[in-house]
Design a protein around this ligand. Sequence first.
Ligand SMILES: Cc1cc2nc3c(=O)[nH]c(=O)nc-3n(C[C@H](O)[C@H](O)[C@H](O)COP(=O)(O)OP(=O)(O)OC[C@H]3O[C@@H](n4cnc5c(N)ncnc54)[C@H](O)[C@@H]3O)c2cc1C
Ligand code: SF4
Length: 515
Amino acid sequence: MAELRTLVIVLGDQLDLEASGFDGFDPATDAAWMAEVAEESTHVWSSKPRTAVFLAAMRHFALALQSGGRSVHYTQLDDPGNAGTLAAQLQADIRRLRPAGLVMTAPGDWRVLQAIKAVAEANSLPLDIREDRHFFVTVREFAAHAKGRKSLRMEYFYREQRQRHGVLMQDGQPEGGQWNFDADNREAFGAEGPGAVPPRAGFEPDAVTRDVIALVDSRFADHPGRLDSFAWPVTRAQALQALQAFIEQRLPLFGRYQDAMWPGDPWLYHSHLSAALNLKLLNPREVVAAAEAAYRAGQAPLDSVDGFIRQILGWREYVRGIYWTRMPAYAELNALDAQEDLPAWYWTGATDMACLHDALEQTLEHGYANHIQRLMVTGLFALMLGVAPQQVHAWYLAVYVDAVEWVELPNTLGMSQYADGGLMGSKPYVATGKYIQRMSPHCKGCRYDPAQRTGDRACPFTTLYWDFLMRHETLLARNPRMALQVKNVTRLSPDQRQAVQERAAAIRRGDVGHG
Ligand SMILES: Cc1cc2nc3c(=O)[nH]c(=O)nc-3n(C[C@H](O)[C@H](O)[C@H](O)COP(=O)(O)OP(=O)(O)OC[C@H]3O[C@@H](n4cnc5c(N)ncnc54)[C@H](O)[C@@H]3O)c2cc1C
Ligand code: SF4
């Protein structure tokens, strides 16, 4: 075999034919390298839908590379001699293929970057790590934005990006004369429900995906989640179809109902594009451009289009910046010193709390839950229960098809669990069950009552809310945005406090809330 000049490392979330790692690729002297390894499904207890999305998309991408004339050294999960970890497989393949150098697009995960760097070093091989052009903002640019700021608010970052990239701008001013339409975007569905929501853009698994499903079902039989209704886009063509369907069918009502929940309907007016984006099957620029074009063509209102674009040009870029400027220390933060274990029913859905049961069931079924379910149902409960943030992190990283650490970790530790002590959010997101009652009809079908703080029918969210405020009273009293909530706690009598504490202890013991 002719000498191999470069091995281009392609990770499972780098499935873009235009990625910088391929710049200057010469099929005569270079080859791509991809590996399915058990480590990526076991370092956290990766759900079946999540593993299947990655493997199916990787196999399709390898085929696309080959049909474009690029050779690929690809190791499948069940290949004899699979070394089991990215580092060990890369090491074995370097020994076999003897490349003169390694190239890759900058990886999304800190852990993976360290592992690959170590292999390159051990083999005295040059490793050319290239900027990931997928993102609007480089890590260096984010660091410059963050420099000297005590807290990092997404809103200002987002406005900067709108100006810099000329998105939803008119003569230097924000389109429609204002930067933020969030106040218009907090509606719940009425009693009649969401009505005829367009069907999800689902994709029948082809032979490649069916093989993956069978493999994951047997190899990871005891892992959480199910694969019977697997329909995620796993190729670029499917991802583009899903994007188009979202823009035409869901975007117009996205903003209005982005915080709403409805039992048994996981999809509502969300885009379900996060996995395709994170695997790099879609480029955020084309997604943002498609949404803006729909607005300009009069096909979607500004509040929806801004609501959607701010998630991608704002939140998505912002959490990546936080991750890469704060790792590795960020992963260890625990500002509230939370030490409880995650309840075992997070992995099974076996709880009698209707809102949690619904969110967990659809998570296990599809590997998907919308943002409010993640933040204000599963995340809120774990925060107020006092679960160790690293356990919450391991759960979120395991169960969702879009879960990759650079986006999951800041959302979990920072936004949801307040473990970074306010770097991302100005206060912990805490609420009683009444918030869930306002945004969904779950409470009507639940054995608990969101209005009750103590007693047999007290909603665990409501009990834990008061318990959380009591446990962190001193810390929260220093936060002006929590002043009102803390003041209400000071009005509780010693007996009322004790009753809350006793009920909260029962919830922690698992006497309340299991299915
Ligand atoms: C605790 C917690 C963990 C999360 N973990 C992940 C994760 O592992 N991977 C992930 O992609 N998102 C994560 N999110 C963010 C968000 O919940 C998901 O991106 C969204 O629910 C995916 O569904 P969708 O594609 O239908 O999104 P839509 O509601 O349609 O939003 C459009 C797109 O905006 C982006 N987006 C929206 N919100 C965020 C956000 N807060 N941060 C970054 N991007 C955002 C996503 O790419 C999403 O596809 C997490 C949020 C929380 C609170
Ligand atoms: S009563 Fe409480 S536990 Fe039950 S659905 Fe409402 S918020 Fe959830």
